[in-house]
Design a protein around this ligand. Structure first.
Ligand code: NCD
Ligand code: ZN
Length: 344
């Protein structure tokens, strides 16, 4: 049987949710990565270091004794964020980034940002103390076509923000377009991007052709195939600017299969095997480790993990669903057979 042993990855963008959901999300996450950047968009957003510390403890409490996992916490930027909080966060050893949600762009983003210009003092402090800014890059103008929101964000928000704060470390999260790839590739080394496995594997036909597929609905929305191809090229490139962030974002089956379904795809149980499948299909299996385990750690200035993980080419059927509180969550590729699995 073909096997692949590599440095244990880090996931630089994940939603673990809270409370009873942690019993599902935390073990899944700890099964393929040693560290993960944990998103702060809880129902009551994680807006300061004290809340991040408490949330981190709840996550760690849900780990089994055999699992080693370090949650890297983020704070949710609001128009009320105080620069003093940025300094507290930086010195905490708990917070590794500040998350910018345009207000209303995605799940639990209502407390986010309308005008970035109001936050100049915050960005200045982040630049001074070197705390990364993690951006959900979509404009929120309801007149803008949903498929154009990322490209417009890059020209109208990200480019001027980067110009004004040229030393600020920025991660453009879950990129979906050729425009995002081009911007990040051309930018200096303090700008990077995460790429999800679903944006590498799928395009908008998967979501919309032959019927609506609610389990492929996410933010930013899947784009056309030429953008998917640009993402694949970026992921297997050797620039060091593109790395793994699954954006695994569970919602219960009822809230996905609904007349107004939630955005988010639960990929944690399948992400690493599917990244391996995608890299192999593109003759780039040798680059998987850099994308999953090196480039992100280097950008976040974290030591490379010592632990190893082994994947084996041994097909398995993805379960139809997993328990999720008192409901269920449907993973990406539920009921499908995938070629790679994590060796126990
Ligand atoms: C995320 C969620 O459900 O929290 N949803 C998603 O579609 N990606 C939020 C986000 O990262 O946009
Ligand atoms: Zn996300």
């Amino acid at each position: 049987m073909q096997t692949l042993t590599m440095t244990m990855p880090d996931d630089f963008h994940i939603h673990l949710r809270d409370g009873e959901y942690l019993a599902t999300t935390v073990p899944h996450c700890a099964s393929y990565c040693t560290r993960a950047i944990v998103m702060p968009n809880l129902k009551a957003p994680v807006i300061n270091t004290d809340l991040a510390r408490l949330y981190q403890q709840r996550i760690v409490d849900d780990l089994s004794n055999s699992q080693e996992f370090q949650p890297l916490m983020t704070l949710y930027l609001t128009e009320k964020t105080d620069p003093a909080e940025i300094i507290t966060a930086k010195n905490s050893g708990v917070v590794f980034g500040i998350k910018y949600y345009p207000a209303g762009a995605t799940t639990h983003s209502q407390a986010g940002i309308f005008e970035w210009q109001k936050l100049r003092h915050v960005f200045e402090t982040m630049q001074a103390v070197d705390l990364p800014l993690l951006i959900h890059g979509e404009v929120i103008d309801p007149q803008t076509d949903i498929f154009d929101r990322e490209a417009l964000f890059i020209s109208d928000v990200l480019a001027p923000l980067h110009q004004e704060f040229p030393r600020l470390r920025i991660i453009l999260e879950h990129i979906t377009t050729q425009e995002a790839v081009d911007f990040v590739a051309a930018a200096p080394n303090n700008i990077a991007a995460t790429i999800t496995v679903h944006h590498l594997l799928l395009n908008r036909n998967d979501l919309l052709a032959g019927g609506v597929h609610p389990h492929y609905y996410c933010a930013p929305i899947l784009k056309r195939v030429k953008h998917q191809q640009a993402l694949i090229k970026a992921a297997i490139s050797d620039t060091g600017k593109f790395f793994m962030g699954t954006d695994s974002a569970p919602h219960s089956i009822e809230t996905k299969e609904s007349s107004c379904g939630c955005a988010g795809i639960y990929t944690a149980p399948v992400a690493l095997p599917l990244y391996a499948t995608l890299f192999e299909e593109n003759n780039a299996l040798a680059k998987l480790e850099k994308f999953c385990s090196f480039y992100g750690a280097q950008f976040y200035r974290l030591p490379i993990n010592q632990k190893k993980i082994t994947l084996e080419k041994n097909a398995w059927a993805v379960p139809e669903y997993y328990d999720f509180g008192n409901s269920h969550v449907v993973p990406l590729y539920a009921n499908k057979t995938i070629p790679w699995r994590i060796q126990k």
